[in-house]
Design a protein around this ligand. Structure first.
Ligand code: GLA
Length: 680
């Protein structure tokens, strides 16, 4: 592509190609041979050398797509997926490298992963193995990424691509609250409906690194893979290392098309749960209602009232086991505390079932409290470095899941509880990041494998749980939304999106999350006011309208609700049953973001056949002395005529999309309107 244009050098005029690898678009870049951009494959040999040189050997195409061992992998029938495997070899380091690509008939996506095999006699250390690399010319690109913190995850950020390297990464052992395994390049002119976007998302829940930069010749390189920080994998002769896969989406029809493609892909080719296309039971979770201060009587009271209001499942959150009266203790001691849960778990679950509610339970299986029987018995089961003070976070340590016996033991604890009563749902939590990376199980030359082996342990645990309890609804969670990623979606059809349940903060969190993930995956609950995370007071109707666009549930003490709020809950439950299928299965459209306009939020969902739609308009801050506005909707069929349910108007699709729907000023800030349309 650029080879006829060598950089001009006055003294020589022409230089050896090898000296200009920086100039050549490369499918999978390697370290130390003259390409000084971000490399994808770095090694360390027994002699201490770090350069890697790949050359092309062969390719083959196959029908279907191989499952990556021990890792979440997208899937599809052989007739719907084709895979290309390009085999390369590093003759010096004796490595065979397969670059694996899959394309799908029904969704415009390319997945990429890499397998590295040691075909030599000596071990070699892999110090970086990325999954994808994309070199291209600059099209005045901007970088979109998702940034956040606890209680404000995945806010959309956009910045101009420059010669400074843009790095989005996690080194925390989880995909994290702070940064997200997603990166997109869009042209400066790309809008919701027009223009180009190149996006990558990583099917992995641990340390990742995504980069984008312009180099000295203004060429773009974009990469994605496991973070190389603290990563060093010993590959013995004959062994293979397989990377997680990256999902690549290109859209020439704006950001909207990118979003639809990701949503369709994850619903069709990644999420396996039998609940994917089912209406999930409306749950009530006791966390924000009681925190640790509950017993079975209190739970029964909540369940009774919840049942009266139409709620369908009680979820017992943190605090039911061991000596867990606060977050200082007992993680690892997964035995029911019968002082709190009188008569034991089965008795409570049976009573709740008799009332006509399902029952769900919270676990944090990957953790161990220093104050726990488990830690007293097995201090070496915690990740840590002997002799160094282990950093406590939320007063807890992390179990060493690189160790097979710890995985097995942990599984047995969770499974024993699930076997002991009629459990329909598990909330699988993970409330701290990894530190003090030391394992008393791994040898010194394998210590750099800990973070990845930890993730493999987590995936194994969830795989075992699904295999033994195929009907279980799992909701992953991590201190709110620190592990909301495609890796987790392979195991659970929904993920708790954030500990921030405030309806206004949720607008930004949902915008960023729904940029990639279907609404059917986004855990969203109605909670009390003032909101526990931000202290904001919003109307009950607004809280319900916002949560409706996620998996929908409640997280408050229903026994304390006013009669007016109870009536509101009954109405919300009805709306959920009416619109859940549309919201779960339809196409999501962003209309206008409060982040950008400073005034209101509007987004919606249109059914695939375009016969039904529902949008939410939320007035965040009223601008003084403003009149009603018209909001052009998206996603409708211009030739259909729609009935607008609340105003009882009949309006053509092209009018609704081009002129817009009339939106009066609402009485107060934080008020919302649901705009439901039906084709007539
Ligand atoms: C995390 C979760 C919450 C709750 C608590 C319990 O913070 O995100 O929803 O389950 O843990 O300790």
């Amino acid at each position: 592509m650029y080879l006829d244009e060598y950089p001009f050098l006055p003294s020589k005029n022409k230089r050896d190609e090898g000296a200009f690898l920086d100039y050549i678009p490369t499918e999978y870049s390697t370290n130390g041979i003259g390409d000084y951009r971000e490399s994808c494959l770095d090694v360390e040999t027994l002699n201490g050398f770090t350069a890697t040189q790949l050359s092309y050997v062969s390719y083959k195409t196959v029908k279907g797509k191989k499952k990556i061992d021990n890792l979440p992998t997208s899937f599809g029938n052989p007739e719907d997926v084709d895979s290309l495997i390009i085999t390369c070899e590093d003759k010096y380091n004796r490595l065979k490298v397969d670059l694996i690509y899959s394309v799908f008939k029904d969704v415009d996506v390319i997945t990429r992963s890499v397998e590295v095999e040691n075909i030599g006699e000596n071990p070699i250390f892999l110090t970086k193995v990325y999954s994808a690399c994309l070199d291209m010319e600059n099209k005045d690109f901007e970088v979109i990424s998702l940034h956040g913190s606890w209680a404000r995850e995945r806010h959309v950020e956009c910045t101009k691509l420059s010669h400074l390297q843009y790095v989005v990464q996690s080194t925390r052992g989880e995909s994290s609250h702070q940064d997200h395994p997603f990166l997109a390049l869009k042209t400066s002119k790309t809008s919701e409906d027009c223009g180009e976007v190149y996006a990558m998302n990583f099917v992995y829940s641990g340390n990742f690194c995504a980069t984008a930069a312009l180099n000295q010749f203004d060429f773009v390189r974009m990469t994605m893979g496991i973070n190389s920080k603290d990563f060093k994998w010993k590959l013995n002769a004959g062994e293979v290392f397989a990377t997680p896969e990256a999902v690549l989406v290109y859209s020439s029809e704006g950001l909207g098309k990118m979003t639809t493609t990701f949503h369709d892909f994850y619903r069709k080719h990644l999420i396996r749960s039998p609940y994917l296309h089912k209406e999930r039971p409306i749950l009530i979770n006791n966390w924000e209602a009681t925190y640790f201060d509950f017993d079975s009587d209190k739970l029964i009271d909540i369940a009774r009232e919840a049942k009266n209001l139409g709620i369908e499942m009680l979820v017992m959150d943190d605090g039911w086991f061991g000596n867990r009266f606060d977050d200082n203790r007992s993680l690892g001691d997964w035995k029911v505390n019968e002082n709190k849960i009188k008569g034991g778990l089965k008795s409570l679950v049976d009573k709740v079932n008799e009332m006509g509610l399902k029952f769900g339970i919270w676990f944090e299986p990957e953790m161990i409290s220093p104050d726990s029987d488990l830690y007293r018995e097995h201090p070496d089961w915690a990740i840590g470095i002997t002799g160094m003070d282990n950093t406590r976070s939320r007063n807890q340590y992390v179990l060493d899941l690189s160790r097979p016996e710890v995985v097995q033991y942990t599984y047995e604890q969770v499974a024993a509880i699930c076997r002991s009563a009629n459990i329909d749902y598990v909330k699988w939590d993970m409330n701290r990041q990894l530190t003090n990376l030391g394992s008393s199980y791994l040898s010194a030359d394998q210590m750099g494998e800990l973070s990845h082996r930890y993730m493999l342990g987590v995936y194994k645990l969830q795989d075992m749980l699904i295999s033994e309890f195929p009907g279980l609804l799992i909701e992953n969670c991590s201190g709110g939304g620190a592990r909301f990623d495609p890796g987790m979606l392979y195991y659970s059809p929904q993920i708790w999106c954030s500990d921030d349940t405030d309806a206004i903060e949720r607008l930004a969190i949902m915008e960023g999350t729904a940029l990639i993930y279907p609404l059917s995956t986004i855990g969203a609950h109605v909670s009390t006011v003032p909101n526990h995370a931000v202290g904001r007071v919003t109307p009950m109707k607004t809280r319900g309208d916002v949560a409706l666009f996620g998996t929908f549930g409640y997280e408050l003490d229903v026994t304390k609700l006013s009669d007016e709020d109870k009536k509101c809950v009954v109405a919300q439950v009805e709306l959920y049953h009416k619109y859940n299928e549309l919201i779960r299965e339809g196409d999501y459209y962003r209309i206008s973001s409060y982040r950008e306009n400073g005034e209101y939020e509007c987004f919606g969902v249109v059914s695939k056949d375009k016969k039904e739609a529902i949008y939410i308009y939320l007035q965040v801050f009223r601008k003084p002395n403003m009149h009603s506005k018209r909001i052009p909707l998206r996603g409708l069929n211009p030739d259909y005529k729609y009935f607008v349910e609340d105003t009882e108007q009949e309006l053509p699709g092209d009018v609704l999309m081009n002129v817009g729907i009339n939106q009066p000023i609402l009485d107060s800030d934080f008020s919302s309107r649901l705009i439901a349309l039906k084709c007539i």
